[in-house]
Design a binder for this molecule. Structure first.
Ligand SMILES: [Cu+2]
Length: 148
């Protein structure tokens, strides 16, 4: 008897907690009928612009001391996978300077040896021109990502 009523109280508490969580979540959504809820909205948008469901891949060749191509174009909300291949004789890297809302830069491995490659994703939620550089060969080894 005693044990079973304890169980009921636990169950009841869990149910009340769950109900409260649902109520809160529902309220937020009701406030934003356009679905502008941060991450959820971004995900939806990305899925819409990528019918294939796969990130577009862009090959970026690193040479001594320049990038090929030095200009990459992408869309707002699009995820692009950068395949950085070092075809030079020096060590290079790719560092995308981001003033984006997330506030994080995008980086390849810090040191890509000759003949090696490093892959990383970039995504911007704000249109603009973003600089990428090789941290080891400034100021000359730079390029631009144009987000439209
Ligand atoms: Cu370099």
């Amino acid at each position: 008897m005693h044990r079973s009523s304890t169980k009921w109280i636990a169950l009841l508490s869990a149910t009340v907690l769950a109900a409260m969580t649902v109520a809160c979540g529902g309220g937020d959504e009701a406030d934003e009928p356009s679905g502008g809820g941060g991450a959820a909205a971004t995900t939806t948008q990305a899925a819409a612009t990528e019918p294939d469901g796969e990130a577009r891949e862009v090959e970026l060749i690193l040479k001594d001391n320049f990038f090929e191509p030095a200009e990459i174009r992408m869309k707002v909300g699009e995820t692009v996978t950068i395949e950085a291949k070092n075809e030079g004789v020096a060590i290079h890297n790719v560092h995308v300077l981001s003033a984006d809302t997330e506030g994080t830069d995008f980086r390849s491995d810090p040191l890509i040896n000759p003949g090696d490659e490093s892959t990383f994703d970039v995504k911007f939620s704000t249109a603009g021109t973003y600089v990428f550089q090789c941290d080891l060969h400034l100021p000359g080894m730079v390029g631009e990502i144009i987000v439209e």
